[in-house]
Write a protein that binds this ligand. Structure first.
Ligand code: ADP
Ligand code: SF4
Length: 687
């Protein structure tokens, strides 16, 4: 039974310097891939969070000067007054729903590449920039430091003009000059900005004082600070200098926004950090050290955990980036007693990958994220049906479940048929692999919603053929029949020269492993897919006691997972499990007891012992039913998700959502209107 009193503390207002947040829900700064490049989309996304009930809604990091140029990434930008109107779009959208707007000002120091501005890179000391590029930053002299303080101050004034209520000084994620000055391994200065901690903290202190002096009369000043670099004694630790920094600056900021560094630790995936609230152990001392409100994060999706964190005095404000992406309406759902409707983040970091790839944010759980402006999608509302017609969805993977749910929300009669004994398709299968348990949340959320709807009928153990579909007499059919991993080893690396697979060789696919097969060792796992699956399969087989050789044509294990901030953890785990990793090797031959691979550069071949092989290359689309139903006179027949184009779970959810939204929409309209674009204004006076 929902007891509003239990959650009432979450809805208490909190005084933050000169402003007051209406509740304790605080969307901390997070990237969107929209930023200064797509300001209307950015404003609509943040406005949606405010509509969803967050008391504070923040921008992403916002560059203060051309010497902090993060191009080609689409972060915020406040280089001069011409950037103000774009940001005012955001503050207006946030204020419309009674939330406070926060801006995370940043100078990225040697994390900036300055590829657009071609400005020299600034750093506490002479050193290479932090990304692998042939470029060095120069040690800032006193004039540089004075200039930096002026830029930050000017940006704060512009932020105030743009309507922000909270202005950040940012010393976190290993990405900012203020933090670089704090860290002894980056700061080897011998002047008053280097050496002792008091000296290293001087720049952060000055930026806080400058910001307060400039805008503190109307704006709260927040400090985002990484209290632990998670490098043990090789970096800042919460128990030592992290705590000392909080003590030194105790009541100087109006808000302490604390987390761990770097970004991959702060936004840890569930595979490597399954526990929600995983930062609590690092945060808990902060509130005892300052009188100012503290906000903390850690993939906080459970309202009970939020309340317990308040009661235990760990934080004053519940910080969230990813949980607010997966469900921008968490606060409203809690307030309205709709806790079981919360769409929980699964910790997959596809959102982070969008930023890394320089494209608008996308989310596995929330297909409307990033589409608020360009497609006009709202996570809570969808247009009602035009006609009272019946629909059939075949397949209950992420695409089928999302399609069925959105059709049901539009008011159609929905029949969902699944061949397997359980609903969930690939998310169910994959969630049983090591570290991927949270994947099942994709199915759990949708099944919970579907089961409560009177207009939905759901059937398992129902593998439909064309005759059975005809018998049902439902004229509108969506086929989310998924895909199956191929076993011939064909993939992007082997297309020109397909591997020779001996007919008697023991070759398996990910589908076999997910259905419980444990091949004999030594087993070769060949990865031409490059995200998580091959690595997870290798892990599972190693844990089952098999000797595993992991072969990839790329130079890194699971190379796409660089974008989900997991790559080095995946490779480290495989090494810890004594898996023999062979990079830059293309599959050539699989025999009964051996396999041959060829170096991707020299074509030099090598042989390895191999009793069995798992080939993670490509998938075949499951289109048999589609083929059989084509031309049978159905009013609607549409392939959705992996059956239409195999991809990420996020792609399948998006496809299911889109199919349901576009149903009964005139084809011409749906085809012409892919999405709205923000096009550069070419008028002379727009420069
Ligand atoms: P997607 O990622 O596109 O949602 P999945 O592979 O996760 O695809 O799910 C496809 C689901 O469709 C699987 O659970 C599979 O059992 C089911 N399915 C495939 N063909 C049929 C069919 N003819 N009748 C009913 N269910 C089917
Ligand atoms: Fe969470 Fe994944 Fe969505 Fe990011 S993409 S918010 S990690 S569910």
């Amino acid at each position: 039974m929902f007891d509003a009193q239990v959650y009432a503390p979450l809805f208490e207002p909190v005084r933050l310097g000169p402003v007051t947040a209406k509740n304790r829900f605080y969307q901390v700064p997070h990237c969107t891939g929209l930023g200064h490049v797509r300001p209307r989309a950015e404003a609509a996304l943040r406005g949606m969070k405010a509509e969803g009930g967050w008391g504070v809604v923040s921008t992403q990091e916002t560059e203060i000067h051309p010497t902090s140029d993060l191009s080609p990434y689409a972060e915020g930008r406040l280089w001069d007054a011409r950037d103000v109107p774009a940001l005012r779009l955001m503050t207006d959208a946030v204020h419309e729903h009674g939330a406070l707007a926060a801006i995370q000002l940043v100078h990225n120091g040697n994390h900036a590449t300055n590829l657009l501005s071609r400005a020299p890179v600034l750093a506490p000391s002479d050193m290479s920039i932090s990304t692998a590029q042939p470029k060095q930053g120069r040690a800032m002299d006193k004039a540089d430091i004075r200039a930096l303080r002026q830029w930050h101050r000017d940006a704060a004034l512009r932020a105030k003009e743009a309507g922000f209520d909270i202005v950040y000084v940012y010393a976190g994620h290993g990405m900012t000059l203020a933090q670089h000055f704090l860290l002894p391994h980056m700061n080897s200065r011998s002047d008053e900005y280097g050496g002792s901690l008091e000296n290293r903290v001087r720049l952060t202190r000055e930026l806080l004082e400058d910001t307060r002096d400039a805008v503190g009369d109307t704006c709260a000043i927040a400090l985002r600070f990484a209290i632990d670099e998670m490098q043990g004694p090789d970096g800042m630790q919460a128990a030592e200098e992290g705590r000392a920094v909080v003590e030194l600056l105790a009541d100087l900021p109006d808000i302490w926004d604390v987390n761990v560094s770097d970004w991959s630790n702060d936004s840890a995936t569930t595979r490597f950090q399954p526990q929600d609230g995983y930062q609590n152990e690092y945060l808990s001392f902060v509130k005892q050290t300052t009188n100012k409100p503290v906000v903390g994060v850690g993939r906080l999706t459970s309202p009970d955990m939020m309340v317990s964190m308040l009661r235990k005095g760990i934080v004053d404000l519940i910080g969230a980036a990813r949980p607010s992406i997966a469900d921008p309406f968490i606060p409203r759902k809690i307030e309205e007693g709709r806790i079981d409707e919360i769409r929980e983040c699964i910790g997959c970091n596809i959102c982070a990958a969008s930023d890394a790839l320089g494209v608008p944010i996308r989310c596995t759980q929330n297909p409307t994220m990033g589409e608020e402006w360009r497609r006009g999608w709202h996570p809570e509302y969808i247009s009602p049906r035009k006609r009272a017609v019946e629909t059939l969805v075949v397949g209950s993977g992420p695409a089928g479940l999302e399609c069925a749910l959105q059709l049901a929300r539009r008011g159609y009669e929905v029949t969902l048929a699944e061949a397997d004994p359980e609903f969930g398709g690939r998310v169910l299968r994959e969630s049983r692999l090591p570290g991927l348990a949270a994947w099942s949340r994709v199915a759990d959320y949708r099944l919970n919603e579907l089961r409560q709807r009177a207009n939905v009928q759901m059937f398992t153990n129902s593998a439909l053929d064309a005759a059975q579909v005809a018998e049902l007499g439902i004229p509108h059919v969506f086929l989310a029949t998924g895909s199956s991993w191929r076993s011939d080893g064909l993939g992007r690396s082997t297309r020109r020269r397909p591997p020779q697979i001996k007919p008697s060789a023991k070759v398996f696919t990910p589908d076999d492993i997910m259905s419980g097969v444990v091949p004999d060792g030594p087993v070769m796992v060949y990865d031409d897919d490059h995200i998580y699956l091959a690595g997870v399969i290798a892990e599972k087989l190693a844990l089952a006691g098999r000797k595993v050789v992991f072969v990839t044509p790329e130079s890194l294990v699971s190379c796409f997972s660089v974008n989900t901030l997991e790559q080095y953890r995946i490779q480290a785990r495989l090494i810890e499990l004594d898996i023999d990793i062979r990079c830059n090797q293309v599959l050539h031959m699989v025999g009964d007891h051996e396999a041959t691979v060829a170096c991707g550069f020299s074509a030099r071949q090598s042989e390895m012992d191999c009793a069995s092989a798992v080939l993670v290359t490509e998938r075949h689309r499951n289109t048999t039913l589609f083929g059989a139903l084509r031309g049978t006179g159905l009013e609607t027949l549409e392939l959705v998700g992996d059956a239409a184009a195999p991809g990420l779970i996020a792609d399948a959810v998006f496809a299911g959502h889109r199919a349901a939204r576009d149903f009964e929409r005139p084809k011409s309209e749906a085809e012409q209107d892919w999405f709205r674009r923000e096009i550069t204004d070419l008028r002379e006076d727009a420069i």
